[in-house]
Write a protein that binds this ligand. Structure first.
Ligand SMILES: Nc1ncnc2c1ncn2[C@@H]1O[C@H](COP(=O)(O)OP(=O)(O)OP(=O)(O)O)[C@@H](O)[C@H]1O
Ligand SMILES: [Mg+2]
Length: 230
């Protein structure tokens, strides 16, 4: 079976804001993710989960090591290719949804398609955004502003937005972190369905073991190392 993500020997350190020392977050991380799979990443607060997701999403760079996604070597991309990768290859669902407050639900979902990298153009963008919102159960909320919908609904808008450009990989950083158990179950069901029906590869950071158990595989960060739980 084909790996969509191949990470080897990955290390990340940050410069410390107030001393010469570095903060070594993790080192020698290896991770292989099969195309179409779903993977949970768990571990204590501060162990490097978001840092790893940010590196895979090209929002940050590793200190050393190799990372390939969709057979692209992420360290060797041109500026244009980085922008295209961020827009087209990966979809990101952040812990706090980051919706634009003055745009409607529909407009928020359309935003990533307006960058001009993809194939969807004009009216097709609006149709696709409306269809995705229908799929996540928000067809009746298209013209609401983010302030006029619930927390669970905002997170579902964020999922629709992450999918607008048909990404191969969906990166979700504690997508249920701010939700009650009913909304949380709803969102996990939605992500699982997207993974199973649309074959989007899903990488989800979570603090919830229950949510982690819904993924096909689980990995754990502990003291700077990543190991497979199951
Ligand atoms: N820009 C930065 N500069 C310096 N240190 C940083 C920076 N970003 C993260 N860190 C440190 O790196 C470590 C890992 O952070 P990260 O956000 O990946 O943790 P996490 O596992 O996602 O935690 P949580 O579960 O609380 O979200 C933390 O100790 C954090 O303080
Ligand atoms: Mg985090």
């Amino acid at each position: 079976m084909k790996n969509i993500i191949e990470i080897s020997n990955l290390s990340k350190s940050f410069p410390s804001p107030n001393s010469e020392e570095t903060i070594d977050v993790f080192s020698q991380v290896d991770l292989e993710v099969i195309k179409g799979s779903s993977v949970a990443i768990v571990g204590p607060s501060g162990s490097g989960k978001s840092t790893l997701l940010n590196i895979i999403g090209l929002l940050d760079q590793p200190t050393s090591g190799n990372i390939q996604v969709n057979q692209l070597n992420l360290a060797a991309l041109s500026e244009q290719a980085v922008a295209e990768y961020r827009n087209q290859t990966v979809g990101f669902v952040f812990q706090s949804h980051h919706l634009l407050p003055s745009c409607t639900v529909l407009e928020n979902v359309m935003v990533p398609a307006l960058a001009g990298f993809g194939e969807i153009k004009g009216d097709d963008t609006m149709d696709r955004a409306a269809n995705l919102l229908e799929e996540v159960g928000l067809g009746h909320r298209l013209t609401h502003l983010p302030s006029q919908i619930s927390g669970g609904e905002k997170q579902r808008v964020a999922v629709a937005r992450a999918l607008i450009n048909n990404p191969s990989v969906l990166l979700a950083d504690e997508p249920t972190g701010a939700l009650d158990s009913k909304n949380s179950d709803h969102l996990i069901d939605l992500l699982k369905q997207l993974n199973e029906v649309k074959e989007v590869t899903l990488l989800m950071v979570t603090h919830s073991l229950e949510d982690a158990n819904q993924m096909k595989k689980a990995f754990r960060f502990n003291e700077g190392s990543l190991s497979q739980d199951r």
